[in-house]
Design a protein around this ligand. Structure first.
Ligand code: CO
Length: 216
């Protein structure tokens, strides 16, 4: 069967199975969502947020892009973050990268790929920030793995630099911002242990005040 048709067939079977388990499943979901988690992950087809965390529809609000980036000019990411933090009031924001990430791998090299080079440049900046540590790692696979981890940590920092996150911390001491890395080889997630929940964890230059003042 063509993949296109098998998707529709798969959906039919999935919906029927859900109803078999719980006749109210879709009626309840249609009432609204109150996920406690925002997931910012890679677009890679092998890292689906719900599936790898054993969660169900309604549990996780999801944003995915190449190499799980939090770029401050990305209106898409900012809109998702604003909605998740200020409307859904999620308790946790998780940046989940993955070892073997093609975006990170591409950023480590010098080949030109096209438009995406502008996106990957942000990962090159992460490399430059941590060049001493990374250049000291002789094994290329280990250096690649470490850049994946450092890139996740920098995105946790970058989320924490936004007024969206800092205002939420000021108002409700949440969300907790976490950095995770998923292993394609084992299916397991490693918590990098970099949970952020206050501006004291940032260099003071990034702390922004509560009220907006005129820059001029
Ligand atoms: Co990836």
């Amino acid at each position: 069967m063509d993949i296109y048709k098998s998707l529709l067939e798969g959906n039919k079977q999935w919906a029927e199975q859900r109803l078999k388990e719980d006749p109210e499943f879709f009626i309840n979901l249609a009432k609204g969502q109150s996920p406690q988690v925002l997931w910012i992950g890679c677009s890679d087809s092998r890292v689906p947020a719900n599936e790898v965390t054993g969660t169900k529809p309604g549990d996780i609000f999801v944003h995915r892009n190449i190499a799980n980036m939090a770029i401050h000019t990305d209106m898409n990411m900012l809109s998702v973050l604003d909605y998740a933090v200020n409307v859904l009031k999620v308790r946790h924001v998780i940046v989940c990268g993955h070892y073997g990430c093609g975006g990170v791998k591409a950023a480590m090299g010098n080949q030109q790929f096209g438009l995406i080079d502008n996106w990957l440049r942000n990962i090159k900046d992460v490399y430059r920030l941590h060049a001493n540590e990374l250049d000291a790692i002789e094994n290329e696979d280990e250096r690649f793995n470490r850049l994946v981890e450092l890139n996740v940590m920098e995105q946790v920092f970058d989320l924490s630099k936004t007024s969206i996150i800092q205002n939420a911390w000021r108002e409700r001491n949440q969300p907790y911002v976490h950095g995770w890395v998923y292993s394609l080889n084992s299916g397991r997630i490693k918590d990098l242990g970099v949970t952020f929940d206050s501006t004291t964890q940032l260099s003071s230059i990034y702390n922004i005040t509560a009220s907006k003042v005129s820059v001029a």
